[in-house]
Design a protein around this ligand. Structure first.
Ligand code: NAD
Length: 299
């Protein structure tokens, strides 16, 4: 079967979903961006029901570095919500799930997608490290043949790496298609990864971040000191260790560390234990740049 992506849908309009949708618009692909309905939005109030994804689209014009290559590309993006617009998923060629990093919540969504999607439609997850095989469990045969991981990095327009993670039932030709599409159309360097906890980049990256955080606390360094020696001073672009974590989102970072913790044992597991300082920050609602406060306060 020859695959092509003429239309796409991104589900989840947060940090990554909005950025991935913008990147699809940058290469000319009309994309539907869906999120949940806010609790207080009444039936029939379309504006209120679409407000989460709509708000995300409006923020694209203010973000730096700009997620859209041209303001005009915004016209290719349509906001909607998962309750009223589920049927619209029938008409797209690629559905990308970019919602909260939680296996049960993601599986619940796949069940809904499986019930409406057209056979042959590609469905991928942007998970940072949850098992792709576990997410596919219980789904129809056709869904499983077309389901795998596409792990973009933040910010999606600028970071070139795309991890592609096949599940055991994914058709090899679907993976071949995405490898070519990812490189030729999305402009990414595609790396095929096995379905192991956190795949490749986040397995190494999360390890490094957790060790850095602990070393900082044990040795009495400050956040500013660590960032000053892990940023532009050593040739990395603007964001250093903790600024990067603020951009990623501390809640997401916590989930990603826990992914590995839950799937390992012994010494290997120890490193991935959630540091007490992170738990305290999350309890205070310090989620990083998206909440205005993380390791740094938003200026
Ligand atoms: P986020 O918290 O910024 O956004 C999540 C969005 O999902 C929110 O808009 C929320 O309303 C929506 N959502 C929550 N539950 C939903 C549901 N049941 N149905 C539909 N929408 C729902 O999160 P994010 O940082 O964009 O992360 C999303 C996914 O991408 C996660 O799997 C994460 O691990 C992965 N990821 C994140 C980063 C990063 O740097 N933040 C990088 C790579 C991958």
């Amino acid at each position: 079967m020859g695959y092509q992506i003429k239309k796409a849908a991104v589900i989840g309009s947060g940090v990554m979903g909005s950025g991935i949708a913008a990147h699809l618009a940058n290469i000319g692909i009309p994309t539907l961006l869906l999120d949940i309905v806010p609790k207080d939005a009444e039936a029939g109030d379309v504006k209120a029901r679409n407000s989460i994804a709509q708000g995300a689209l409006e923020r694209l014009l203010k973000q730096k570095p700009a997620p859209l290559a041209s303001k005009k590309n915004l016209a290719l993006l349509t906001a909607g919500n998962l309750e009223d617009d589920l049927e619209k998923l029938k008409d797209v060629d690629w559905i990308i799930e970019v919602i909260v990093e939680n296996l049960e919540i993601k599986k619940n969504l796949y069940e809904k997608i499986d019930a409406v999607r057209t056979q042959g439609t590609i469905v991928t997850s942007n998970t940072s490290g949850i098992s792709i095989n576990e997410m596919a469990e219980g789904r129809s045969e056709d869904f499983q043949k077309h389901f795998f991981g596409t792990h973009f990095f933040n910010p999606p327009r600028y970071l070139k790496l795309l991890e592609v993670i096949p599940a055991k039932n994914t058709l090899p030709e679907v993976i071949d298609f995405m490898k070519e599409f990812g490189e030729d159309k999305l402009g990414k360097g595609v790396v095929l990864a096995k379905d192991t906890p956190n795949f490749i980049a986040n397995r190494i990256g999360t390890y490094g971040l957790l060790v850095t955080l602990r070393e900082m606390l044990n040795r009495g360094y400050s956040v500013g000191e660590v960032d000053s020696v892990t940023g532009p001073a050593i040739g990395r672009p603007k964001s250093a260790t903790f600024r990067t974590l603020d951009v990623v989102g501390l809640d997401t970072f916590g989930h990603v560390a826990k992914n590995v913790y839950d799937q390992t044992t012994g010494d290997e597991q120890k490193v991935f234990e959630t540091p007490a300082v992170l738990t305290k920050m999350l309890e205070k609602g310090w989620l990083g740049a998206k909440s205005g406060q993380g390791f740094f306060k938003k200026e």
